[in-house]
Design a protein around this ligand. Structure first.
Ligand SMILES: Nc1ncnc2c1ncn2[C@@H]1O[C@H](COP(=O)(O)OP(=O)(O)OP(=O)(O)O)[C@@H](O)[C@H]1O
Ligand SMILES: O=P(O)(O)OC[C@H]1O[C@H](OP(=O)(O)OP(=O)(O)O)[C@H](O)[C@@H]1O
Ligand SMILES: O=C(O)c1cccnc1
Ligand SMILES: [Mg+2]
Length: 547
């Protein structure tokens, strides 16, 4: 019965079955019990989910994971087997609590949030959770788990996208990802952040994102000499005649050897045979991994010979993948040969053959390659992208800001860790150029800023930092996503969220997005919220005595 329930939910909303109420920290359950025992069942709370610092030494973050939080709320309920397990691990807890826990759903929770795929900034709550204290508290860990890696990964991907401009970006990280679920999330959020496709077949099936790939070194080294090839015939693309692709390629190789300044004997036969067998299997999509032996002396001559042989049979090859060595230099050399052959044999498409580069690529490698005038069309990126090597976690937190209509504040010696109390609204103020100028947090009962009207924006903690802003446009960032037990906005597909990322990134000034020493984006509070925050701070900070 339970299995049927979860399967039908997965079918309906497409959420990973691992995401369930027990995917949480034990302390959420023990807190729930202690709240319950202290008669806090009717308390109404407001929690803010936000981060304090942008990742990757950057000044922006892409918000992702919201849709998964909403799907989680839709099925939030403890099953009989969950309760049975909890009874086992918490034997001292009163039986009646488990009846209470079993009756909980998210129907009294309301979710206000910024749209998934938006650029977001420190201290601005991405999600505001309102509702019964116990249920709202029980959501903490799962929500943070769903948002932290998703946002980190989408941000990482968006940064690679910025570095690569319009070039094709393929995500190849599954083998290096943090386990099966990390691998799936990586593929999904890399796509949202701006990658074009993934090599992860299950991600393609589950999330309807494009899948792409080439072949590995094992394929090339699985062939050693010309006799390894059992099938050599390939039918012409448009005609009925078939020809021996091996013979055609050998002839071309002999003709091309002087162009590459190599002797035919120096070129690997095993590699040629591997290329031919792959070309026979995929004549319309022939792509060759050219760095197994020597890119210039073997990989490129073999590839060009097979590409020209395919051309004799009416097919156009796709290109090459280079997976080691100096990627800028090898791409420049590859393009030079493609252009020379294109001119010599009057084949215009040959000079535009795709050059894919892979091998431990990260954001800095791409930026460095850009400075070297590389001729790469496509990057295949795995390890550094999916493990977020530059920063392995985003630090989103989930803090109580109001209880029973009374604002709560968490103090800290570290000012950046002081919470901004109470229920708040967020507005993004835009300038005439269409770029966003500032995000403004206001108390929930203040009237919103208006276009053309001057508004005072204050740094939340530094008194002297303040400015007047006259916005051309004001965007209210929160929308209601979940209320009265129902999803209030249609769950969007990957494509739509990806488009949102693109649009949102365009509203950011380029100095805020740049890789080196970017300008911080201004996050501010209204004058009223500033006074409220600091008054509450003083009320809650006891005056010490010096002795
Ligand atoms: N032109 C370049 N500019 C900057 N970085 C580059 C350039 N070419 C390659 N790289 C990067 O330099 C690193 C080279 O890796 P490494 O030293 O392991 O060499 P390799 O070519 O992989 O060697 P091997 O043939 O042993 O696999 C990779 O991270 C790669 O992305
Ligand atoms: O380098 P990444 O960004 O993680 O991209 C994925 C890598 O995975 C494959 O090889 P693998 O690393 O398995 O073996 P190799 O390094 O020996 O080529 C592929 O050839 C890439 O190099
Ligand atoms: O398709 C590829 O070329 C590929 C896939 C995964 C890892 N490395 C390369
Ligand atoms: Mg590698």
């Amino acid at each position: 019965m339970e299995d049927q329930k979860s399967t039908s939910h997965e079918k309906k909303l497409g959420q990973n079955g691992i995401v369930q109420p027990l995917l949480t920290d034990l302390y959420q359950i023990t807190m729930a019990y202690a709240y319950w025992k202290s008669c806090k069942c009717d308390d109404i709370a407001v929690f803010d989910l936000y981060f304090r610092k942008n990742p990757f030494q950057g000044e922006f973050t892409i918000f992702a994971g919201l849709e998964e939080c909403i799907k989680f709320l839709d099925k939030f309920s403890y099953s009989q087997s969950d309760l049975h397990y909890l009874k086992q691990i918490l034997p001292s807890i009163e039986e009646e609590f488990f009846n209470f826990l079993g009756s909980l759903t998210a129907k009294d929770i309301t979710i206000y949030a910024i749209e998934e795929g938006s650029v977001v900034f420190p201290r601005i709550p991405l999600i505001r959770v309102e509702g019964p204290l116990i249920v709202a508290q029980l959501l903490e860990t799962t929500f943070l788990n769903l948002v932290n890696y998703a946002s980190l990964m989408a941000t990482n991907a968006a940064r690679y996208r910025m570095a690569a401009g319009n070039l094709t970006l393929l995500e190849f990280g599954l083998r290096r990802a943090q386990g099966p679920d990390g691998g799936l999330s990586a593929s999904k959020y890399a796509y949202i952040g701006g990658f074009d496709a993934t090599s992860n077949v299950l991600a393609g099936k589950l999330f309807n994102i494009p899948v792409k790939g080439t072949h590995g070194h094992a394929y090339i080294t699985a062939f050693t000499n010309l006799s390894d090839l059992k099938t050599v015939e390939l039918q012409h693309k448009d005609e009925s005649e078939s020809k021996d692709l091996l013979e055609l390629a050998k002839r071309w190789r002999t003709e091309l050897a002087p162009i590459f300044k190599v002797l035919v004997a120096e070129i690997s036969d095993g590699e040629l045979v591997a290329f031919i067998s792959f070309a026979i299997a995929f004549p319309h999509q022939f792509i060759a991994l050219v760095d197994t032996y020597d890119v210039i002396k073997s990989g490129l001559p073999n590839f060009c010979a097979v590409a020209l042989a395919l051309n004799d049979l009416g097919y156009q090859a796709c290109g090459v993948r280079i997976d080691s060595g100096d990627l800028a230099y090898l791409s420049i050399v590859s393009r030079k040969y493609f252009t020379e052959i294109s001119d010599k044999y009057d084949l215009p498409w040959f000079k535009d053959l795709m050059i894919m580069a892979s091998n431990d690529i990260n954001e800095e490698t791409i930026l460095s390659l850009n400075d070297q005038d590389h001729k790469i069309d496509c990057f295949g990126i795995g390890t550094h992208l999916v493990t977020c090597q530059k920063q392995p976690a985003l630090g989103c937190v989930y803090k109580l800001v109001e209880l029973n209509s009374k604002a709560r504040i968490k103090l800290s010696q570290d000012v950046s860790k002081v919470t901004i109390p109470g229920k708040k609204e967020v507005y993004r103020l835009y300038g005439e150029s269409g770029h966003s100028l500032v995000d403004l947090l206001q108390k929930g009962d203040e009237s919103p800023p208006e276009p053309g009207k001057k508004v005072l924006c204050r740094h939340p903690f530094e008194e002297s930092k303040r400015a007047f802003v006259t916005p051309s446009k004001v965007e209210k960032l929160y929308k209601v996503y979940w209320k009265n037990g129902e999803i209030c906005k249609p769950i969007r597909n990957m494509q739509e969220i990806r488009e949102r990322v693109k649009r949102s990134m365009k509203t950011l000034r380029s100095d805020i997005k740049r890789n080196l020493n970017p300008t911080p984006y201004k996050v501010s509070v209204s004058d009223k919220l500033y006074s409220f925050l600091h008054d509450l701070w003083l009320q809650n900070a006891p005056i010490g005595e010096l002795s």
